[in-house]
Design a protein around this ligand. Sequence first.
Ligand code: ING
Length: 314
Amino acid sequence: MSRSIMGAAAQLGPIARSDPRKEVVARLISLLREAHGRGAELVVFPELALTTFFPRWYLEDPAEIDAFFETEMPGPETLPLFEEAKRLGVGFYIGYAELASESGARQRFNTSILVDRAGRIVGKYRKVHLPGYDAPQPGRTSQHLEKYYFQPGDFGFPVWRTMGAVMGMCICNDRRWPETYRVMALQGTEIILVGYNTPDDHTGDFDFDSLTGFHNQLSLQAGAYQNSTWVIATAKAGLEEGSRLIGNSMIVAPSGQVVAMATSTHDEVVVARCDLDLGTLYRKTIFDLARHREPRHYGLIVERKGPVSPPEEG
Ligand code: ING
């Protein structure tokens, strides 16, 4: 009997800036219940699942900015989600803006947590790859200011053995970087959970933006296949405060095949049985990392941040 876990991507439609957390949590609970009703044991919510994607704006008032952040998780407004998940015996991943005050300093992270089926917080991840800019860019209708609002994550890419599998987490832009998956694959991950908020009116450049959905799927399928891991990827989707966010939440097998995909840009649940032994087949053959990798040739990946080209000819 192969090992498996019923996974669900619980996609969210838009969250308006004025939507109170209480209302958003009610939507999350409704999605959780639907996923549970369809057999899910693990539910993946999006990145920044409690608020609108506020990095599209340049805000300066600290109180206004802090209003988008959680100082505790669960807090009073999110506790009902944790309680319902525990009652139903469903584990979940949720992304949120974290205001941490470790060693006295206030730090802001784009964060996700993994909660097991008994309601315990098993792990926390802080987004490493922050896209966009740290200051508003001229001429943009929508900004992308994650480097202004968040610090890069300080946990690296850990994995956890929980709910009968080895699981890792990442957030949104992380899924575009092969290093993200490989570091977790080198720790034996069998499932990677990722939430995203991805605008396809990012730059207003049609040739760039029209490929956003393709690049999302390409990144997820490649990451899954090249690292023999399941990937459950969940969008916040739809027209959110005037910005178009792609949907296509999906569950990708270690073969690279998409086994389930959302078809709307609203609140939607997709479910698939993740057979964990499927990854084992790939890890023992094509992607037997220990047998086939040659790290002695990979030094530049760690030593060098950006490209250095050969000198101009003659
Ligand atoms: N969003 C986007 C992402 O990486 C982006 C940023 C949008 C990159 C469109 C490229 C194209 O999916 C976040 N939140 O990282």
